[in-house]
Design a protein around this ligand. Structure first.
Ligand SMILES: [Fe+2]
Length: 163
């Protein structure tokens, strides 16, 4: 199921127009929300209905996928926003906050990937309650981040619509 999470085609250059940047961000958010849905399905299947193959696959792709999406968001959308509106200190503060959330989510993803790898090998030392708690903590936080990031970018666009 997680195999359905596909990245947008790689882009060597920053998108030329605002619509492309918005599309990149929308695609990144959609990929993250789809990832959350799959992780929620794993959490819901605990303790006896776990698809070990799905867990093993999720363990492998979780960290790289999230990092790749963050690199695109920061390298294209955040960089453009900073270049365009960086003279506003509140914009820089917001971008720094969002980057910190990316870093925290990546660290959490590494811990989750380790646990998913153990679930994938039917490691009997995995506590299903702990696994469920970690999974729900991760996807709840990631969904919140996506909503917050969308809200920040919308209000930033509204505040600077005259630029
Ligand atoms: Fe983000």
């Amino acid at each position: 199921m997680i195999a359905r999470v596909k990245l947008a085609p790689s882009q060597d250059r920053p998108p030329a127009v605002a619509g492309d940047r918005l599309a990149l961000m929308a695609g990144s958010h959609q990929n993250q929300l789809t990832l959350c849905d799959h992780l929620e399905a794993i959490a819901d299947s605990l303790p006896h209905g776990v698809d070990r193959g799905m867990c093993a696959y999720a363990a492998k792709m979780l960290g790289p996928l999230l990092r790749d999406l963050h690199v695109r968001e920061e390298g294209v959308v955040f960089a453009w926003t900073e270049e365009r509106f960086g003279d506003d200190p509140s914009v820089l503060t917001t971008l720094e906050l969002l980057k910190n959330e990316h870093f925290e989510d990546e660290c959490f993803a590494d811990e989750l990937a380790e646990m998913l790898g153990r679930l994938g090998t039917a490691d009997a030392t995995v506590n299903p309650e702990t696994a469920g708690y970690m999974l729900r903590g991760f996807f709840t936080n990631l969904r919140r981040h996506v909503r917050f990031e969308q809200q920040c970018l919308r209000s930033l666009a509204a505040d600077h619509s005259g630029c």
